[in-house]
Design a protein around this ligand. Sequence first.
Ligand code: ATP
Length: 306
Amino acid sequence: MIQFYVPLNFLGMIYREIKQAMVDIEAMFTVLARDPEIKDAPGAPGLVVSGGTVRFEDVRFAYDPEREILKGVTFEVPAGRTVAIVGPSGAGKSTLSRLLFRFYDVSEGRITIDGQDIRQVTQDSLRAAIGMVPQDTVLFNDTIAYNIRYGRPGASDAEVEEAARLAQIDGFIRATPHGFRTEVGERGLKLSGGEKQRVAIARTILKAPPILVLDEATSALDSHTEREIQSALDRVSEGRTTLVIAHRLSTVVGADEILVLAEGRVAERGSHAALLAKGGLYAALWNRQREAESAQEKVRAAEEEL
Ligand code: ATP
């Protein structure tokens, strides 16, 4: 009997190690995606968040010194408000979120949270204050509950279920063979992009950070899924300082302020209505996207008729 026990125990240990390694893989990607030069300043204090006001002050940045991506960007996301960043592909929208996480340091200017330069506080405290709903969510090969609880490992079952409800994914979960205990990922149930994004939203609801970064999926979602995700996002961003990196314009209409990033600068800023009335870059982007969407709708309608 003992002979069996040992290998089983050993297998259990290996299993736990592999699972830990999976978690570490995500951490590793995070590490790889950033500049190894970035270190905490000696004796840096933790970030103290009061309201969570985020400010970019004349920020300049280049991944490669030959090619400056941000050429002096200034904006503020007041505590509890939502600012959306739009602009042509490659304009540097996602770069802003990488700088806010301090995966890279700005080359000039500064980024502050409640007046504290993010280079002067510990990276751990900075990242603990910011929740991210990324474009592509990595799911662990584990249960749905595990994947949601990752946002706050100490959360109770009831809290996990409540987060799923707020993220509007609980109906889907309950319809799966084992509910919250259904295995997902490579060997389990495969989730669609929209479902994975709602798992990420549920994770973020559990983490409950004062500052949120929503990096929208570039891939087109059907309009029903898009509406569901939008209402889940509206709920999670309520009362939190939110920066939306928008690749689709339909989701930015309700933002307090929209910034149009082009050629490394804020080319236009204002509300949706004001920017449309202005008839500039935003209006042009909006019209182009509307045309593309209505062409897509026509294709879909034609396909349905066949
Ligand atoms: P999209 O809407 O297409 O996602 P974006 O506005 O979010 O675009 P970013 O991802 O911020 O654009 O990239 C801005 C520019 O920086 C792009 O030209 C991109 O090629 C370049 N870039 C992004 N990441 C790196 C990197 N790690 N090293 C070098 N250049 C990079």
